[in-house]
Ligand binder design. Structure first.
Ligand code: AMP
Length: 284
């Protein structure tokens, strides 16, 4: 396994692989890897070679967000990648990615204006721009994203379609802790008391999912039950609880077809997200 930090080094390796006719699977991450990331890396193993990027992208953080405190541990990440048969880690500096000045952005309408886009107004512009750049650098045949970030997955799929990017995007299921909490690098921010309180997210998601599975089609009723569950936890503060069409991110009244129920909740200062889809195949 190689670890490189320059775009030129990635390009040289990719050129060599492509010359041999080999396929490339790509997993973009911000590092501090956990089993969620590793499930994407394992899925990418269906390609001849696997590339993982580890880059805490400043462009997708708002001014009062956790860019400085975001957990980082390249040595640990590299050991995990090696164990999971990664061929190349791309670990650039912000200077390598953005140079001294930077003027070009990928800005998406509609899908980025809802859910997390409302509380994190610059977030998806940063995500789309960095992912487009990474796709241009790595030239993957397939890229893998988690359903944990369901809105991000929908946005990346849409970007690839709208801009005719020559790759396929695969969505992978949410990986959870044994007690239900969705795995996240940000879970490390939680105190022991907050860690317990954070279970309210998965409880709310499982409750909503069970209602939908039992045939409840009234989105408002499911939303109310999920909201009440979260409100029962004193350390939790709701950012949003919404049920939206998976393709448009617009709220729906009735559950039918591919629907996403998504929540964002502050536990103390830590903002966590979780979701369920009524048809997980739609999110793949
Ligand atoms: P991040 O490092 O948080 O930017 O995440 C990198 C990729 O891992 C994204 O596609 C995430 O959706 C995915 N991911 C993060 N947590 C999980 C999880 N618990 N289950 C599945 N995928 C995840």
């Amino acid at each position: 396994m190689k670890i490189v930090s320059t775009i030129e080094e990635v390009r040289a390796q990719v050129r060599a692989w492509k010359t041999e006719g080999n396929t490339i699977g790509f997993v973009p991450t911000m590092g501090y890897l956990h089993e969620g990331h590793l499930s994407l890396i394992d899925a990418a193993g269906e390609n001849d070679h696997v590339v993982v990027s580890i880059f805490v992208n400043p462009m997708q953080f708002g001014p009062n967000e956790d860019l400085a405190s975001y957990p980082r541990d390249l040595e640990r990440d590299a050991a995990l990648c090696k164990k999971h048969n990664v061929d190349l880690i791309f670990h650039p500096t912000p200077e390598e990615m953005y140079g001294e000045s930077f003027y070009s952005y990928v800005d998406m309408d509609v899908l980025t204006k809802e859910l997390c886009g409302l509380s994190r107004p610059v977030h998806f512009r940063g995500v789309c721009t960095v992912v487009a750049k990474l796709f241009n650098i790595v030239l993957p045949d397939k890229a893998y994203f988690g359903q944990k970030d369901a809105q991000q997955l929908a946005i990346i799929k849409r970007m690839v379609k709208d801009l005719n990017m020559p790759l396929t995007v695969t969505g992978c299921p949410i990986v959870r802790e044994k007690d239900g909490l969705a795995k996240s690098s940000r879970n490390t921010y939680l105190s022991p008391e907050e860690r317990k309180a954070a279970l309210v997210l998965s409880r709310s998601v499982f409750l909503g999912k069970a209602m939908a599975e039992q045939g409840e089609t009234n989105a408002e009723k499911i939303k109310e039950a999920m909201t009440a569950e979260i409100k029962s936890e004193p350390l939790a503060r709701i950012d949003y609880v919404k049920i939206v069409d998976l393709k448009t991110m617009q709220q729906v009244k009735t559950i039918q077809g591919g629907v996403l129920a998504a929540i964002a909740v502050y536990i103390g200062k830590t903002r966590l997200i979780d979701n369920f889809m009524t048809d997980e195949n739609e999110g793949k």
